[in-house]
Design a protein around this ligand. Structure first.
Ligand code: 2AM
Length: 204
């Protein structure tokens, strides 16, 4: 059976993807090729990486999740500041921080529970640390050069938006970068939808 590499994520509104791109332009110039930068339209917040899953498994997951998430309220996320994994001495992943209410953790628990019911492996024991990966450091990068460039990078508050739902994404790895395709939209409770989906980038 053919397998689909998939993950569940929150989309970031294009205006905030652009804001992150604008805020990190100077850093990109400094670090250049020592980092594989995430294309602005690919910036997202991963809630669960599923790996290779057969299509019927994904359909079942979308169905189960759709029913559960439809009962949970909308919530707001704020994008702010910057950090690295695993530590500043050996940065491998560069990210923008996410300030989230407890509702995000609740959503993540529902995602884990639905995935587990369908036999998809639970996340490793490490605690959930919501972040938006903006770049991945190449093996060849000089740690000293990286540290110097990263120390002065403090983008502050980048903006906030209302989360209306999750998406199930397909990921196709290509030499020029991954291609993410939405397979399903999984809305949160519709009765709580605001009149308009407010997005407030800091530079607006
Ligand atoms: P992260 O880099 O922000 O942690 C799609 O590949 C998404 O799934 C990526 O944004 C990545 O999020 C996340 N992911 C988590 N674990 C992964 C893994 N083992 N392999 C690939 N992607 C993974």
């Amino acid at each position: 059976m053919s397998m689909i590499r998939a993950f569940i994520a929150l989309e970031i509104p294009p205006v905030l993807q652009d804001e992150i791109s604008r805020a990190s332009a100077g850093l990109k110039q400094k670090l250049g090729d020592s980092v594989r930068w995430v294309a602005p339209h690919n910036l997202h917040l991963t809630l669960k990486f599923l790996g290779d899953v057969p299509r019927p498994g994904l359909d079942a997951l979308a169905l189960a999740l759709g029913a559960e998430l439809g009962r949970l309220p909308l919530f707001e996320l704020t994008l702010a500041e910057f950090g690295v994994f695993p530590n500043p001495k050996r940065p491998r992943v560069l990210w923008v921080g996410v300030q989230a209410p407890p509702a995000l953790e609740q959503v993540r628990r529902v995602v884990e529970a639905c995935a587990a019911r369908l036999g998809l492996a639970p996340e490793e024991k490490k605690p959930f640390s919501p972040h938006l990966t903006i770049g991945r450091v190449r093996e060849t990068a000089s740690p000293a050069g990286l540290q110097a460039a990263l120390q002065g990078f403090h983008p502050g508050r980048l903006g906030a938006f209302t989360v209306e739902g999750l998406r199930l994404f397909r990921s196709d790895l290509r030499p020029q970068g991954p291609i993410y395709t939405s397979l399903a939209l999984l809305p949160l409770a519709r009765e709580n939808f605001p009149e308009t989906n407010e997005v407030t980038p800091e530079s607006a």
